[in-house]
Write a protein that binds this ligand. Structure first.
Ligand SMILES: Cc1cc2nc3c(=O)[nH]c(=O)nc-3n(C[C@H](O)[C@H](O)[C@H](O)COP(=O)(O)OP(=O)(O)OC[C@H]3O[C@@H](n4cnc5c(N)ncnc54)[C@H](O)[C@@H]3O)c2cc1C
Length: 511
């Protein structure tokens, strides 16, 4: 018999890799959605020629569908394949709650920003698993997921897990200038409790900086779990069943049975659920005996802080070669802000800046367009993330029609910690020649960071509603949850690398 995995996103793929390495047979099921043929044709047409040969209208046509995406929907290649529309999986409560599920091959990793950081022990002190225990699994994940970056002072706080010979994607000129300025002030910043360094991204070394990161890399250089899936398909003990949407599961003495939405069933020795936190919650609420009526999802809330650089640049930031993934990380480690790290990632120029400025301020300030365009070329945006201790929680219940109802519980601490983080980051960045536009800072809605989890948290001695170290919900022996649903808390540093390391650990340890 085979082990079953639900989901080909980062968590399912990391589990499959670990199970296959142990000699297990694996059958992986997923929702099977892919970009439509027109979207693939659009991507391939661009990839057929070097970016220098793309005309401006061609660039604009490739980007247009992403600019036209409805609020809250993230598109790539002009396709919505990777993210379900809210109403497809949420019945009530989708207004103030921005998290969305994926039924795509590769899940949400088709859309992600590819920012990669591990968790620090102090931030997961409430977990029954330590950062030291996760370390070999971070390394194993880094063995199949490319990580671009460079060794710098940030490694002292958060190891980079860079492969020998790993290189960084050359940062755009504004980011390079900011990194140099921050480096020159490193001791002063450290005394303020701010650690900075170059961003690490899950991107292949072949990136040619065409600047299309937010529209769908024409060459697929940004890592998606689909890439590893392609490799796994060649494995003799791996079976892939795309488009097998799971509606529920049941456990017997010697196996598990999955009920598919089309009425068929699939059996296996055990099941590893990596369906993403919303779909996993739905499966738990629908199937697992003893699951509380409401599961509580923990969020890592985020906010955007715009800053302007005071220095002049010779090179126009809006002219490639460049990339528009995160380029710098800053970690705030200061008790006046939080007992936990606050993480910030910085984005220099991208093609959304001028549009957003014109949209938000252009109509209110007639004649301001040239000024706003010039400002957009000096704009740098910091995206700050908080630990789940300071963030909203979301109650999830099963609706009568099988979708989920969501109920947001605001955390009274969020505003205070975000304000303190904003002030600290603004003062620190002033050292490097940035002026923070604190009045224009914008918090994201609960769930919109997509750094969420903790509905069935791992515990050393699990009670009903919790899971053990192997992600097994209380009372179940053959069902393991491997996605962020089992993380006991959500630190501020990026989530996916740790989800993958933990999923790999469960796949390696579940005997
Ligand atoms: C715009 C955006 C930017 C992001 N940026 C970052 C970032 O920079 N860094 C970071 O760390 N994280 C980032 N994330 C978050 C990251 O994408 C997720 O943490 C990650 O994809 C979660 O992986 P997963 O495998 O748990 O679930 P998912 O990626 O959601 O995959 C779920 C899988 O389960 C399958 N599935 C779902 N339901 C069923 C079902 N009922 N039956 C069968 N199969 C099913 C799907 O087909 C899919 O294969 C970002 C997310 C978004 C949307």
């Amino acid at each position: 018999m085979t082990d079953l995995i639900i989901g080909s996103g980062p968590s399912g793929i990391a589990t499959a890799t670990a199970l296959l390495a142990r000699g297990r047979s694996v059958t992986l099921l997923d929702g099977g959605k892919l970009p439509e043929p027109e979207a693939i044709a659009r991507r391939d047409a661009l990839a057929a020629r070097a970016p220098e040969d793309w005309s401006q209208p061609e660039r604009a046509a490739y980007q247009a569908p992403q600019f036209a995406a409805p609020e809250g929907q993230t598109r790539r290649y002009g396709s919505d394949f990777a993210q379900e529309a809210a109403a497809d999986t949420l019945a009530e409560g989708c207004d103030g709650f921005a998290l969305r599920a994926s039924r795509a091959v590769g899940g949400l990793s088709n859309l992600w920003g590819a920012a990669v950081l591990p968790y620090r022990q102090h931030d997961i002190a409430d977990w029954p698993v330590t950062a030291e225990e996760l370390a070999p699994h971070y390394r194993a994940v880094a063995g199949f997921m490319p990580i671009a970056g460079r060794e710098d002072a940030l490694d002292n706080l958060l190891p980079g897990y860079l492969a020998p010979g790993a290189t960084q994607i050359p940062p755009p000129p504004q980011a390079e200038a900011l990194l140099a300025r921050l480096d020159a002030k490193r001791d002063r910043l450290r005394a303020m409790g701010v650690h900075t360094g170059a961003a690490r991204q899950a991107v292949e070394a072949g990136c040619i900086r065409c600047g299309m990161c937010l529209h769908g890399c024409p060459w697929g250089h940004i890592y998606s779990a689909r890439k590893t899936l392609e490799t796994l398909k060649a494995h003799p003990r791996f079976t892939y069943r795309p488009g097998a949407l799971v509606a529920g599961f049941s456990e017997t003495e010697d196996g598990v049975t999955l009920a598919l939405a089309d009425g068929r069933t699939v059996t296996g020795t055990r099941v590893f659920i990596g369906a993403g936190v919303l779909e996993t919650a739905r499966l738990m609420l629908a199937s697992a005996p003893g699951t509380p009526r409401e599961l509580i999802l923990k969020d890592s809330q985020h906010a955007f802080l715009p800053l302007l650089h005071r220095w002049r640049t010779k090179l126009r930031p809006d002219r490639p070669p460049h990339h528009t993934l995160p380029q710098l990380f800053a970690e705030i480690e200061h008790p006046d802000v939080s007992d936990r790290l606050v993480h910030a990632q910085f984005y220099t120029w991208n093609e959304h800046y001028a549009r957003d400025l014109l949209q938000n301020y252009g109509a209110r300030l007639p004649g301001s367009a040239p000024l706003l365009m010039a400002m957009s070329r000096r704009l740098i945006v910091a995206q700050m993330f908080l630990h789940s201790d300071h963030s909203a929680r979301i109650g999830l219940r099963l609706a009568a029609d099988g979708r989920l109802n969501a109920r947001v519980e605001v955390n009274p601490d969020t505003g205070r910690v975000l304000d303190a983080a904003k002030r600290k980051l603004s003062r620190a960045m002033a050292q490097a020649g940035l002026v923070a536009l604190g009045f224009a800072a914008r918090p994201g809605a609960p769930g919109s960071s997509f750094h969420v989890g903790g509905t069935v948290p791992m515990a050393a001695t699990p009670a009903p509603g919790q899971s053990d170290r192997l992600g097994r919900p209380h009372g179940l022996r053959r069902v393991h949850i491997v996605d962020a649903s089992v993380l006991p808390s959500i630190p501020a540093t990026t989530i996916t690398f740790s989800v993958m390391a933990n999923a790999h650990r469960i796949g390696a340890e579940a005997r």
